[in-house]
Design a protein around this ligand. Structure first.
Ligand code: NAP
Ligand code: MN
Length: 265
């Protein structure tokens, strides 16, 4: 039984209407709205996947589980369609759901100005700003692997495998599999440069370290779930599985592969 709930929403009109609807319906079901997400037993996320990414950032990967109502375009993380709110509130209040714990990534970005720590649910991308070829040295778990020349390197979680990673030819991963995926972005292979061209799967107990290979390569940008978090003067980026997870409410009819079929394939 959910007693206290919080709502995070997109700024659009449809989402604003759904916020009012959810507030009223949850009140009628005996639950109380609370401003502080730390006090909530459940957080509604109204919008698309982008709204969920913003929620995780703003609420700093909250303790309470999140349930998504999809008013967005794709809504891979979202569980409830806008016309299914009544049914799902009843399922919620009867406890007919489970919580899917999605692994996140954390990265330490070492820059001229100091150390910055970030957490991402989809992916972390280290890339150039576009005009020149980047050279990055990559190590996995203390072992130097190779020098990469190309646009950049993406590291994603299973949950993020269906996003940017998939557009790059990366593998779709069932979130029940624990791993990190390293995906090259436009790798160069010729007589001057050799780069890895396939994805690399790394177990969750290993770290991935990426260093600009030469002084001029320090002008990279680091992107966390589609948002630039560091640029220029990056000395080293170390990526690992985060301690925190994104807890997403899933109902009994949830099936990752039917979502893949409906929304991607
Ligand atoms: P956006 O530019 O509005 O969204 C990009 C698209 O990615 C949206 O359709 C979004 O769904 C979808 N998406 C987000 N997470 C997903 C996931 N885990 N699985 C499948 N699709 C997902 O920006 P945004 O909504 O803030 O999303 C940021 C994400 O965009 C980044 O994390 C990155 O993965 C992705 N991206 C993709 C490319 C590419 O494919 N070439 C380039 C840059 C960024 P909604 O419509 O429901 O929001
Ligand atoms: Mn979006």
């Amino acid at each position: 039984m959910i007693e206290k709930f919080n709502i995070f929403a997109n700024g659009d009109e449809v989402s604003a209407r759904i916020v009012r609807e959810v507030r009223e319906k949850m009140r009628s079901a005996g639950a109380e709205y609370c401003e502080e997400e730390e006090e909530a037993d459940l957080i509604f996320c109204i919008g698309g996947d982008g709204a969920l990414l913003r929620l995780l950032r703003q609420y700093d990967f909250p303790q309470a589980p999140i349930v998504g109502i999809n008013t967005g375009h794709l809504g891979f993380f979202q569980e409830i369609p806008v016309d299914g709110i009544d049914e799902f509130i009843s399922m919620l209040q009867h406890g007919d759901y489970h919580i899917q714990e999605n692994s996140a990534l954390s990265a330490d970005i070492c820059t001229e100005g100091g150390l910055k720590k970030i957490t991402a649910i989809n992916e972390i991308v280290i890339r150039g700003e576009g005009e020149r070829l980047m050279h990055l040295d990559m190590s996995i778990g203390e072992n130097y692997i190779s020098r990469f020349s190309g646009d950049g390197i993406l590291i994603c979680t299973p949950a993020g495998s269906t996003a940017y990673n998939y557009s790059l030819g990366g593998v779709i991963v069932d979130p029940e599999v624990n791993m990190l995926q390293v995906t090259p972005i436009a790798p160069v292979n010729n007589s001057a440069y050799r780069s890895f061209t396939s994805g690399i799967i790394v177990p969750t107990n290993k770290t991935i370290e990426i260093l600009p290979a030469k002084d001029e390569d320090r002008f990279v940008v680091v992107i966390e779930d589609g948002r630039i978090v560091a640029r220029d003067d990056v000395k080293k980026v170390t990526v690992r599985v985060a301690e925190r997870k994104a807890k997403i409410v899933r109902f009994s009819n949830y099936n990752f592969w039917s979502k893949v079929k409906d929304k991607i394939l």
